[in-house]
Design a protein around this ligand. Sequence first.
Ligand SMILES: [Zn+2]
Ligand SMILES: [Zn+2]
Ligand SMILES: [Zn+2]
Ligand SMILES: [Zn+2]
Ligand SMILES: [Zn+2]
Ligand SMILES: [Zn+2]
Ligand SMILES: [Zn+2]
Length: 465
Amino acid sequence: MTESPLSIPVYEGSMLSLRSRSSIPSVSRSRPLTGLAKRKSEPEPKWKHGELESKYRCTACNSYLRFPVQFEDCGHYICSSCLPDIMRVAPRCPTCQQPVSRDKIVNDKTLQKEIQSLDVYCFSKEKGCTWEGTLKDYTVHTETCGFVMIDCPNECGVRFEKRFLTKHQTEDCPKRKVACEFCKTSVVFEDEIPHLNICTEFKIPCPNQCSDQEFSRGQIQSHLDNECPKQELSCPFNECGCDYRGQRIDIAKHMKESPGVHLNVAGRTITIQKKLLQAFEERISEQKKWIELLAGKVNALEKTYGAQYIWKIDHYQERLEEARTNKKTTLFSPPFLTSRHGYRLALSICLCGDGRAKGKYVSLFICLCRGDYDSLLSWPFSHRVTFTLIDQCEDVNNRRPIIYTVKPNICKENKPFLGRPVTDRNPSFGAQKFTDLDAMATLEYIKDDTIYIKVDIDNEEMIII
Ligand SMILES: [Zn+2]
Ligand SMILES: [Zn+2]
Ligand SMILES: [Zn+2]
Ligand SMILES: [Zn+2]
Ligand SMILES: [Zn+2]
Ligand SMILES: [Zn+2]
Ligand SMILES: [Zn+2]
């Protein structure tokens, strides 16, 4: 035989690394390597002709030889699945203790055939299994033998012979599924009673015993609230002062019998309610006056401390001329704060337009300047900015200011404009086409050669420090 036994396929029960030593059956301490190849649950059959001859038994696992291999030096046999354990450390024959070498092991198909043809009964013969045959067919039989002990697949913890499986699963297992007879949901048998205690379809009689009818648990409240003639209720005029309580049928009678009483209590209630309402109205109008007063004060404060700045630009004509002739195209406002400790901003204006707007529009911009409180503020700057060119008409109601609002778009590209300033000031953003140059000359935007630009910063979501 040329085939090396170490390359023989490893049969069941030879997962070396997973086997724990403590679980090895203590066959014999004298053996250097006991039957490490503990076989799977398959029980040994009953040998038809009494005890198994010792030549057919493996001294490593103490069971009959499976796919036997022979040590050529001493002539002893073991199962091929027992071999890897033996060969792991200082290999010796488990029968005679002689050292064995790797290249002197051969498998013996003839012996395998001989063993496989031994006549056996099922291990459950005593229990009643009538199967008999050769060892070769025995493995197949154990897979179907109804006398094999199995654990309940529902994990209820019960062990029984396989032939009782159906009976157990349909009649006995506490973990079997059953359908609730009321709501038809599938529940585990042992949870059925707790389920019935909450099942909304479970039928119960009316607690007032108004009739023989039964209601599902989910409907009973509606029955009590809306129809049960025996449900005890208060008179509907209870809130008005009628203290009568009785069953639903009696309430109807009570209402019919005491219209006078009810009119009386209702009348009294209306009077009280009317007085209360009057008192409330007075309070509300008082509060309204208060709110108006406070609103006025807040308005005044906003003007003084609000996020607002008015930029006065005088010598308008001269500055316009300077812009037109490119002598000085841009004017800058002094920096201002959005609140005492807020953002520091500055305006810039091109009276004769900037870039493509040149000669056609007034361009108006704003920029963030480095401030003392920047580290306390939230970045990027995200607050709406509203520019207003003030109409200086003396009749305030007739003023028509020019208004332009910019909502900062917080995106990565706008970080240089809206991020926390790292130099003295960020680049400006705003309205290149704030207003037509021609419109400037109309109405009373320019008066006494002066214009006023107002800027409001929306501080609704601004953290005021
Ligand atoms: Zn063995
Ligand atoms: Zn030996
Ligand atoms: Zn059997
Ligand atoms: Zn079970
Ligand atoms: Zn149910
Ligand atoms: Zn009822
Ligand atoms: Zn009443």
